[in-house]
Design a protein. Sequence first.
Length: 472
Amino acid sequence: MQIAEASSDARRFDRETIRAAADVWDNNTVPLFRAVTASTRTGRERRARAALAWMAGLGEERRAWMREQASLAGHSLDELLAPAEPDVPGRDYLGQVMAPTMVVTPQSAESLATDYDLPSAEVRHLQVERTGSRLIGYLELAVARSYPVDEVTSPETARLDIRLRDITEVRFDSHDARGVVLRPDADGVSIGVGARGVLRAAMADLRPDDSCWHRSAAGRRADATTPHGDSRPAVPVSPQEGHLGANAKAAATLLHRAMLHIRMVRSAGHTHRVPVRSFQRAFAGAGEAILAVGAQRTSRRREAGFRGLIETWARRGGPALADWFAAVLAEMETAHQPDVLVSLRARSPSHSAADVPQQSTPDLLTAPGSPPAELRLATYTSAHTRYGTHHDASALLHLAVPPHTQSAGDGPWRLRAVGGANPARFQLRAEAFQGVSRPRVTVDDSAARHFVLRDGALDITSGEDRSDDDSS
């Protein structure tokens, strides 16, 4: 239901909600099937408790999601979930302490300013995205260490990864992207970038991606208090109790694979290629259906029920997902291949829409009279070298645009990705995300081309344009 609502129209597309829901059921689909197929009520309850404990052991973010969903459904998990383990640094395979994720506070900002040369930090990647009714973002900084390292240390600079939530202000110019100041206060976090840039958000957390962090002042303090080896909490193991019949296993595998495919939206460069709505239509109501089949009293009836459920899902998927269903089911020798797949595959395109995106008209946004568009995501990556490999500068936008044809009328808008290689300049303000406008391509006095949105709130100079439409 959440995925359906978050993908119903590109103007309301919520990539984070879709990713989070799919990520949960990537991990927990098989434990769900094992719980519902237990032959007794006591067995179902025992397996369900084990599944909940496994789910909660995957981190505080997952635990918070569970509490929220249970509350919305009128349940409390307080008596079922053990207290959360404190979020402490871990250790790598060499036993060296690793940097944890930390909320940006005056104390953590002061510690970072001690260990890293923030005035020389450079923006390597910026992403701002509308998700639901709010803006979220991600900032990646390349930064020099202020603490000493040995001669054999890799010359790679350290990296600071910052996540921002509830962004209220954005002013960024890739020509002014050197030097960073963290200013947390009672109203949130302000991150100064360059001489005039700023990102302001209600909350931000940060994690150093630094192989030498254990040598920093913060790392040495953490090393003194972080347990070694077996003293750390054990990694939770997925519940294994319960044998699934052939059709139950096939149904579980189909739903699991669908969630893996949907979860690909987490990569901004692939989001528009994931047929989220097609998968959502196929598996709509899966939760209630699985519970109903699991309530059958005998294993034979349950197997027949899961066989019927597979047929229902395949029929709903239609020609667009016929090849996908057939490929997944073919991997399981004992799995049932619904007869409906034969006719569906005969009507399906030569390649599955789940794998190959449709291509849009190349000049859709560059031609005069470009259609209205609403900015959903904007990313900028600077030219840099990482692990010995050079990466060119790039820009990527997600735009909500009207249906393909005028006859679609008030139909759902679709998500379009527009990318640019080696942009000469990337400028962004938060106002670029405020509603629908018409993109323009202009040429200035120096013959440089500009992609402009909302009177310059987004302005990308030059670069090689490429565009793709989604296949939903």
